[in-house]
Design a protein around this ligand. Structure first.
Ligand code: ATP
Ligand code: FE
Length: 340
């Protein structure tokens, strides 16, 4: 089975070809244009998707050494995401499936961040069911109990900002360019994580809140800059290390709660923030410390990419979970509402 997958939910245009559960190609065109605005501009994102999509698909097919006539189905991100962006990928996928007269498969982006663990890779193990998935990305922060590929339950999630936003907004306060998450990670590795203690939010059970943390970082920085205008420059590494330490502490303490509540000790992370070196290290440590079995995706499958859409496409293909041509993009698309 050959699946062509299309991802266009936010600011990355991506296409991938999978042969069964193996990735043959995974091409990602990252849109640089948003950097100068300090965040994703939806209008510009859709336009860039429209420019990129045909070349990106061509590249994915060429790298996989596959002719489009060999394709078994087209999988695409239906949502959640930016409507204008989703429409580009959705319309393209529908047209191509219609033209080639092959099945069309809709995919929920958040389900894909979790199921990316099932892409066949050398030296990577796949989680057995049931497992706990913590999805930490630019738009979401969720702890999900995964009983089977398409049997998931959200146990907790953020009540306000996503963890990726917490990274990006903190970076903005420090004057770092967008997206700031990877930069905070880079500088954090040079700093002292205990230099500046930030308060942890008090939210119930398995839910998260990051907007208060962002505000306290903002007030802290403003106050310090008043005393010393060079404070942020002089203490960049220590501030980044302290922010990252606080965020990871929050994520790990929620995971511990989830393990306690469910008795499930298999933990898989997904989404852009799982590229973070601190969270990766904390999870590896947790194997020793708490006897967890942890699953960390390859970097390539952490941030937005079409290969993760392709694996869901493959899993749905096997179950003949096909979509009709009257399907439309869905900007707000809850994981548990996915067609199954
Ligand atoms: P969603 O998947 O919720 O729709 P999204 O697709 O925009 O959101 P992803 O591409 O999965 O999000 O993740 C992007 C986020 O990951 C950004 O906020 C970015 O700063 C963050 N990120 C990427 N690498 C790192 C890193 N090394 N450390 C911290 N954050 C990171
Ligand atoms: Fe994403």
């Amino acid at each position: 089975i050959y699946i062509l997958a299309i991802e266009s939910s936010c600011d990355d245009t991506s296409a991938a070809v999978l042969h069964n559960n193996k990735r043959l190609s995974n091409v990602v065109a990252t849109q640089k244009i948003h950097e100068e605005y300090g965040g994703v501009v939806p209008e510009l994102a859709s336009r860039a998707h429209q420019q990129n999509i045909v070349p990106v698909v061509h590249q994915a097919l060429a790298k996989a050494n596959i002719d489009k006539k060999q394709l078994s189905a087209i999988a695409f991100t239906r949502g959640p995401g930016l409507m204008g962006s989703l429409l580009v990928g959705t319309s393209f996928a529908k047209s191509l499936a219609l033209g080639l007269n092959i099945p069309l498969i809709e995919v929920n982006h958040m389900q894909a961040h979790i199921l990316a663990h099932f892409i066949e890779e050398e030296n990577t193990k796949k989680p057995a069911f049931p497992f706990l998935a913590m999805t930490i990305s630019g738009g979401h922060t969720q702890i999900v109990l995964v009983r089977d590929y398409f049997d998931m339950e959200i146990l907790g999630q953020t009540l306000d900002d996503a963890v990726g936003e917490a990274f990006d907004k903190s970076a903005k306060i420090l004057g770092l360019p967008y997206p700031g998450g990877p930069l905070i990670d880079k500088y954090a590795q040079l700093g002292n994580p205990k230099a500046f203690p930030f308060p942890k939010p008090k939210v119930g059970e398995l839910d998260f809140s990051f907007s208060g943390l962002k505000t306290s970082i903002l007030y802290f920085c403003q106050k310090k800059v008043k005393e010393n205008p060079n404070f942020l420059v002089e203490n960049r590494d220590d501030i980044c290390a302290s922010i990252q330490y606080t965020i990871i502490d929050i994520l790990m303490s929620k995971l511990k709660k989830a393990v306690k509540q469910t008795g499930v000790k298999r933990i898989a992370i997904g989404g852009g923030v799982s590229a973070n070196s601190g969270i990766r290290k904390a999870l590896v440590d947790a194997e020793q410390r708490y006897g967890w079995e942890t699953f960390i995706p390859k970097f390539e499958y952490c941030t937005d990419n079409a290969a993760m859409i392709g694996i869901v496409g493959y899993l749905k293909y096997k179950k003949k979970l096909f979509s009709n041509q009257d399907i439309s993009a869905k900007a707000r698309y809850v994981l548990t509402d996915s067609e199954k």
